[in-house]
Design a protein around this ligand. Structure first.
Ligand SMILES: Cc1ncc(COP(=O)(O)O)c(C=O)c1O
Length: 395
């Protein structure tokens, strides 16, 4: 790495809180599915900033939408009406058949809002005490104290006591375990259709359909956390759409604004009027620049793009089939988990990929790919060639 790159790494270590195990790479710039470091070295990007850069780096149409809005008005607060917000909300409502939208800044905030709304719905209708939310073991819902409490991984339940009461974690895709957990205290069930941080594990479709059914029968709030799976990532606008189910609340973030911090929480008719004046709010949520970026992203998540996501997935599966070091490919669409042969360590493989010009992610013991949704098959092929070479050289 050049002096400038090294200097950035040193200044980072000196001045920034040490909460990330960063890879030894300082990214200078990017275009499409490629990033460049300070030596001008090229990297194929299979990470998109963890699923945020929907159309890769500095996509022309996205840049235009962002710059136009930044030149018009960058921020107003939520005390006034803005066109980008209503344009985006109308598009989301139309395309999901949900009824109302709230905008936030991050996935964790989106889930906070979803849980608050679910509890308030139950409080309004059934009074105190019916406030338990069932989530899944190995789920990930965010880093605030509430969303850490929702997250079904013990590793996150340390140090920051007291956590928030009222969460039960059940084994994913196990209907019996779910039934045992439901009681007259339950108000909501919250899932990711594919557990991303939990290891790129897709839930059984029968399980997802069962949750939809039981929530309707018992008037529970069905929340789908589409922070990572949403916005085309799994080959559908929102991943729940694959299963013919209808959640009461959908939270989404990451890819929604194509690389700007933004989130949306969608409510169906049951929840549409649950939160009202003064009961929730944010300074930046719904920011016009982010909302304009999201409008431009959402417009392009059409049938053609979704077909490309499916095609790209099939391409990856074909290319990696028969590679001895790959045990299985998990996930959906361009949310790809690669289970490695015993003995291969995901972090070491990810480091070697970077040395060889490919950026990948890890999820538990797997390698995870979240490439741009419009990545060309040519770039995909180039990246996979590097990945296979790294696997073959790893010992
Ligand atoms: C499913 C899911 N929910 C919530 C979050 C938290 O999102 P954020 O980091 O934007 O707060 C993540 C982040 O990885 C996620 O994957």
């Amino acid at each position: 790495m050049s002096n400038e790159g090294n200097e950035i790494i040193e200044l980072d270590k000196e001045n920034i809180l040490n909460t990330y195990k960063r890879f030894p790479l300082a990214i200078k710039e990017g275009k499409g599915s490629k990033f460049y470091d300070y030596d001008g070295k090229e990297y194929i990007d299979f990470s998109t900033g963890i699923g945020a850069n929907t159309f890769g780096a500095c996509d022309d149409l996205w840049v235009e939408a962002v710059c136009n809005q930044a030149k018009t008005v960058q921020h107003t607060s939520n005390l006034y009406y803005t066109k980008p917000q209503v344009e985006l909300a109308s598009m989301l409502v139309k395309r999901t058949n949900m009824k109302k939208v709230f905008f936030a800044n991050s996935g964790a905030e989106a889930n906070e809002c979803a849980i608050k709304a679910a509890r308030k719905y139950s409080y309004d209708k059934y009074g105190e005490g019916r406030n338990e939310v069932i989530t899944l073991v190995n789920s990930f819902h965010g880093r605030t104290v509430l969303t850490l409490s929702a997250t079904g991984q013990d590793v996150f339940h340390q140090w920051f006591y007291p956590f928030v009461d009222g969460f039960k974690h059940v084994i994913a895709s196990d209907i019996d375990d779910l039934n045992k957990a439901i009681s007259d205290k339950t108000c909501a069930i919250m899932i990711e259709t594919v557990q991303g941080e939990g290891g790129v594990v897709a839930l059984d479709s029968e399980y997802i359909k069962y949750i939809d059914k039981i929530c309707k029968e018992k008037d529970l709030v069905f929340i789908v956390d589409e922070v990572q799976t949403g916005n085309g990532r799994c080959g559908y606008l929102y991943s729940y759409m694959e299963y013919g189910v209808r959640p009461n609340i959908v939270s989404t973030a990451k890819g929604l604004a194509g690389g700007l911090p933004f989130a949306a929480i969608l409510f169906d008719e049951k929840l549409a009027n649950t939160l009202s004046y003064g009961q929730h709010g944010t300074t930046f949520g719904g920011n016009p620049v982010c909302a304009s970026a999201a409008v431009s992203v959402l417009k392009r998540i059409d049938d053609k793009l979704l077909a490309h996501v499916h095609e790209a997935r099939a391409f990856i599966e074909k290319k990696l089939s028969g590679v001895e070091e790959v045990i299985s490919i998990t996930g959906k669409g361009l949310m790809v988990g690669v289970e490695l042969k015993e003995g291969l360590k995901a972090t070491e493989i990810a480091n070697s990929c970077i040395e060889n010009g490919l950026i990948v992610l890890t999820a538990k013991t797997k390698i995870r790919f979240l490439p741009p949704l419009n990545i060309s098959l040519e770039d995909l092929n180039k990246g996979l060639d590097i990945f296979i070479k790294v696997l073959k050289e790893a010992k």
